[in-house]
Design a protein around this ligand. Structure first.
Ligand SMILES: O=C(O)CCC(=O)C(=O)O
Ligand SMILES: [Fe+2]
Length: 799
């Protein structure tokens, strides 16, 4: 079991002294176990009275051992018993659950990590009202028996507590009604079952057997040897699927990432400068790696955990009733209305802060990414990017026991409940089998590993370089984008040009984002396009835009500023720079156009205008980078858009005018800008020629209405289009009011909408505002200013 090896390893590195208890209790979900009993069949859990009566019909009065004898005396023990030959334990997740429980028991009882525990069914017991078992000690039927494991099967009952005692201390264990309750104790503990006072108590008793992996005292039992054994086991057993309930993948994990406890900077990360417990642990691990024929490096990890979390406040009033906002009308509200002062349910928004007093209930998800590591044989380190799957991670100290550097809380939003995201920075020791050295490093995006390929090419070992490069295909994924990925991209590009295999070259270049490209890559890009052809180049360029060609915001904007320079560089170097520059400009335009189309469709005016204005500068960069045909295609597309596109074109022309140089010199970009300026002038002139709104005209043009043909919207449209109606009172239930609120807000209509909270249903009050007139006046005066500016800065060429 892969997980077992990682847990033992984490425990071996726990320097705190082992302190075991004499007993422990663990709960698990009921669905983990299926019990099938002869004559009864599968027991539905929780077990109800009718099934219990069937069980009793299959049982006998339990006996107990005293010295050599087996007795039956209901004054000492009164319970029904079914022997293990008459029932079986199963279920898809049972073996995994049991082995997880046994690992937990081993740790809690303080047994060494080298011990493997097994549990052997002993009896299925049913206690009815008044039944019990007086204090006793279980007989040790087997030399390897170290204790007992009692599994309480969920059933509704009271009484029947299990009391375990050792050296003057006693602990009382109660069973869960809904879940499986595992109670384990050492064989030398006296224990008793108190009388059941109502319902039926059902337990499954098991003998706990301990088998040392290596007999104590055998040579080689040093901590390093034990660790090395765990490491070997980790790298040879199939990978366990986290949510697969015991399912495994055939290949073993490729790495082991052991998280350390202290924080380090990139420069401070060094084997000789580790702090406190980290120093000892890392040293032991590195020795173990050597013994297990593994390489070891130090790395920096970014960890994000998402927890289901409960805020410390109390939603219940003095009487235990859920409290509500005074006007809450929501039948299903559980008090969420109180979370927001405006009474909008479910609106406790995402926010950052210190949430250390929140109770973490369930871990929903965690993500670990390595971003930096030391080089195996070289001094210093390098940037990498490697998401680490759950099955490769191991830690003695859990993340939640450390202080996160950032936390964000999001109240109930419908998907999960209340979630708390916590981010940590941790250092790690990373191991992999030595024979995977090249793949392990290349997979993480190590430029060093790719340069190794260049070394092979320099040495004339073309076939070896090709084989190594091809071996990357399954693992060469997602190297990110932006300047951080540029060195790795440059290394991969250098190899791509020289492998002389079009597919391998494309594979090496594909996993990067387009924002990685800069002028320095131009010579090799042009060479590659010349060598492998235009179709190849177009395919590779497309892969840099990802499958959706999505516009990626800030990164993209910063990069677009460098695009004209990259385009110029590509067109000036040897090779076929155009073969890259053209698909590049087209790809950038496609992504931009998607973004533009999205915003053009937004009715909320302020939001749309601000967004389209922000797109003005990127558009200017794209036009400056485009060749003649692409520029022509772009201007044609823009001129065919509705007039709201002017909210982007005018800011774009302003950007271009500020960079006066090169925009009026007859070059393709200059012609493109002039054509857009002419278009704007035509459209503004047409808009100003339309008649001014009459002083008594209150009519509004409705937006496109709602997609579902609801019975409310025609009523709203009638009100909006009327020249004379200015107000409307509309008694409407909450959902319908919401629908109207949202239609008005989404289209930014100049209509106020308030709810009069009287009578049932409440009344929605709509009133057209002066903005019906003021907005149009403002738009006209803006158009006049814009027109004057255009005529001055972009006069139409004569003739
Ligand atoms: O039913 C139980 O909880 C424990 C029973 C027990 O102690 C035994 O069978 O030896
Ligand atoms: Fe017992």
């Amino acid at each position: 079991m892969g997980q077992g090896a990682r847990e033992r390893l984490a425990e071996l590195l726990d320097s705190s002294e082992r302190r075991g208890d004499f007993s422990t209790r663990i709960e698990m979900p009921a669905r983990a176990l299926r019990i099938t009993v002869d004559g009864v069949g599968d027991l539905p859990l929780p077990v109800r009275a009718p099934v219990t009566r069937k069980l009793i019909a299959q049982a006998r009065q339990a006996r107990f051992g005293r010295g050599e004898q087996t007795l039956s005396d209901t004054g000492v023990r009164d319970t029904w018993e079914i022997t293990p030959d008459r029932f079986t334990l199963g279920g898809p997740d049972w073996q995994r659950t049991l082995s997880g429980v046994l690992d937990g028991v081993r740790t809690a009882l303080g047994l060494p990590p080298t011990t493997v525990l097994r549990a052997e069914p002993h009896a299925l017991l049913v206690y009815g009202k008044g039944q019990f078992f007086l204090p006793h000690q279980d007989s040790e039927k087997d030399d390897s028996m170290v204790g007992s494991l009692v599994v309480s099967v969920p059933s509704h009952h009271t009484g029947g507590e299990l009391v375990v005692e050792h050296a003057g201390r006693s602990v009382t264990y109660k069973a869960s009604r809904e879940r499986l309750t595992f109670t384990a104790f050492y064989a030398d503990c006296r224990h008793e079952v108190k009388p059941v006072t109502s319902g039926y108590r059902i337990t499954l008793t098991m003998n706990l057997l301990a088998e040392p992996v290596r007999p104590v005292g055998e040579p080689g039992g040093s901590p390093v040897a034990d660790l090395a054994q765990c490491v070997t086991e980790h790298f040879t057993q199939p990978t366990e699927d986290r949510y697969g309930y015991g399912r495994t993948k055939p290949e073993p994990p490729g790495r082991l990432v052991y998280l350390l406890d202290h924080e380090y900077t990139q420069r401070g990360l060094d084997w000789d400068r580790l702090k406190g417990v980290d120093a000892t642990r890392a040293d032991l691990l590195r020795q173990a790696a050597g013994q297990a024929d593994c390489e070891a490096v130090l790395a920096l990890a970014e960890v994000k955990e998402t927890w289901d979390a409960q805020p410390p406040y109390d939603r219940y009033d003095y009487y235990g009733e859920v409290e509500h906002f005074d006007d809450c009308e929501d039948d299903e509200c559980e008090g969420e209305c109180l979370l927001d002062p405006d009474g909008e349910p479910g609106a406790e928004r995402r926010r950052s802060g210190d949430f250390s007093d929140y109770e973490l209930t369930d871990l929903i998800d965690d993500e670990i990414t390595l971003g930096w590591w030391t080089r195996p044989e070289h001094a210093g380190g390098e940037q990498i990017s490697l998401p680490v799957p759950y099955a490769e991670v191991c830690a003695t100290t859990a993340n939640k026991d450390l202080t996160p550097y950032q936390s964000e809380y999001e109240g109930y939003m419908g998907n999960y409940g209340n979630t708390l995201d916590r981010w940590y920075r941790r250092a790690a020791v990373v191991l992999w089998p030595r024979q995977r050295s090249f793949a392990a490093r290349a997979e993480a995006g190590s430029a060093q590993a790719v340069r190794e390929l260049q070394g092979r090419l320099d040495a004339g070992e073309l076939e070896l370089a090709r084989t190594l490069a091809r071996s990357l295909a399954p693992i060469w994924n997602h190297h990110g984008s932006g300047p951080a990925a540029a060195p790795l991209f440059a290394a991969a590009l250098g190899v791509a040009v020289r492998v002389e295999e079009a597919d391998t070259a494309a594979m090496l270049l594909a996993p990067f984002g387009v924002e990685t490209l800069d002028e320095r890559h131009a010579p090799d890009l042009a060479k590659a396009a010349a060598r492998y052809g235009r179709t190849w180049a177009r395919g590779v360029v497309d892969s840099w835009f990802g499958s959706v060609g999505a516009y990626t915001g800030a990164d993209r904007d910063a990069w677009l500023e460098t695009l004209p320079g990259l385009g110029a560089a590509l067109r000036s170097v040897d090779g076929d720079g155009d073969g890259v520059a053209t698909p590049l400009a087209e790809g950038v335009w496609r992504a931009f156009e998607q973004q533009l189309t999205g915003w053009l469709g937004i009715g909320r005016e302020k939001e749309r205008q601000a967004a389209l204005e922000r797109l003005g500068t990127p558009l200017a960069h794209i036009l400056r980078a485009a060749g003649p045909e692409t520029a022509e295609m772009i201007t044609t597309a823009l001129r065919s858009r509705p007039d709201t596109v002017l909210e982007c074109l005018l800011p774009s022309l302003r950007t271009a005018a500020r960079r006066q140089a090169g925009v009026r010199d007859g070059t393709p970009p200059a012609r493109a800008f002039q054509s857009l300026a002419d278009h704007c002038e035509t459209r503004l002139t047409a808009a100003l020629a339309r008649p001014v709104r009459a002083a008594d005209d209150w009519s509004l043009t409705p937006d496109r209405g709602c997609p579902s043909d609801c019975d409310l919207c025609p009523g709203l449209d009638n009100f909006l289009t009327s020249r004379t109606r200015r107000t409307m009172e509309w008694p409407l239930a909450k959902d319908k009011r919401r629908h109207i609120h949202s239609r008005i807000d989404l289209a930014s209509l100049p209509v106020s909408h308030t709810t009069r909270r009287q009578g049932r249903p409440y009344t929605l009050v709509l009133a057209k505002t002066d903005a019906v007139f003021t907005r149009e006046r403002a738009a006209r005066s803006r158009a006049e200013t814009d027109l004057t500016w255009l005529q001055e800065k972009w006069p139409r060429p004569r003739g």
